[in-house]
Design a protein around this ligand. Structure first.
Ligand code: NAD
Length: 260
């Protein structure tokens, strides 16, 4: 047995954490929460006004943040973002693949989903995760340390009607996380997926009626609506030193609504 080293949890001081789609919602709360844990935050977001607002909030509170315009569906845009992070900090410790086409989606039977919308959702939500993950590899491999966290969904184990492209995209991230974890473990890089339950952010979603919200809460072991802060502890743990032996895992952070 090796000498037991003290683990400071969450030990994120000065770690460089890229959070895609952190201009609003869950990503925004992650950006602020990780900044409070001492990390240097990169908000890689398509919506620049929102990204700069989040960066300003973090900096006003004494944290460190960089907003970089990024389209996760575009390899050239991702390369520019990663290059800028490398030039500024020389390291990338954590990537949270959070950007997705989600809150803007209309619900409809899958036979009515336009093919272009289907393809866009898969491009951003699946291909975007693969592209961002492979772009950060050189710096993570150099450091022999890295954490990739993929935001999947608690709707995958449930199977929710009306969003076939979205649920398909989030299902893909489970297999992707497990397979990437197998490819990257020897490099000290872990890859895990978080399955949030229905999480209520500052963005109003017309697709969840008050009755549906009450039904969702009734399914949970913890009987209250989930907030973005409820996901933060799981993400901080998966980004920390303490999770080095946790990889290829799927963690339901949904108040106990589902068990996989
Ligand atoms: N809120 C929930 O109930 C819930 C539940 C399960 C999983 N999730 C997942 O958690 C993550 C965050 O959810 P949310 O509720 O904050 O979503 P949201 O729709 O409110 O925010 C998504 C963010 O991603 C950005 N984005 C979209 N396409 C992009 C692109 N091509 N490049 C860069 N940025 C892009 C948007 O501008 C936006 O800021 C998503 O991956 C979502 O699928 C959310």
């Amino acid at each position: 047995m090796s000498d037991l080293q003290p683990i400071v949890f969450p030990s994120l001081k000065e770690r460089v954490v890229i959070i895609t789609g952190a201009g609003q919602g869950i990503g925004r709360v992650f950006a602020k929460g990780f900044a409070l844990a001492g990390a240097r935050i990169v908000i890689a977001e398509r919506n620049m006004p929102k990204a700069t607002d989040v960066a300003a909030e973090i900096m006003q509170a004494g944290g460190e943040a960089l907003a970089i315009e990024t389209d996760v569906a575009d390899p050239a845009s991702i390369e520019r973002m990663v290059q800028a992070v490398g030039d500024t900090y020389g390291r990338i410790d954590v990537l949270i693949n959070n950007a997705a086409i989600f809150s803007t989606l209309a619900m409809r039977p899958f036979e009515q989903i336009p093919l272009a919308e289907w393809e866009e959702v898969l491009r951003v939500n699946v291909t975007g995760v693969m592209l961002c993950s492979r772009a950060v590899l050189p710096l993570m491999r150099k450091a022999k340390w890295g954490r990739i966290i993929n935001m999947s969904s608690g709707a995958v184990p449930l199977g929710r009607p009306g969003y076939l492209h979205y649920i398909t995209s989030k299902s893909a991230l489970i297999g992707m996380s497990r397979s990437m974890a197998r490819e990257l473990g020897a490099d000290g890089i872990t890859v895990n997926a978080i399955l949030p339950g229905a999480t209520f952010t500052e963005i109003e979603r017309k697709t969840v009626t008050p009755e549906q919200k009450a039904r969702i809460v009734a399914m949970q072991c913890v009987p209250r609506a989930e907030a973005p802060d409820d996901l933060l502890g799981t993400a901080l743990f998966l980004a920390s030193e303490g999770s080095a032996f946790v990889t290829g895992q799927v963690i339901n952070a949904d108040g106990g609504a589902t068990h996989t």
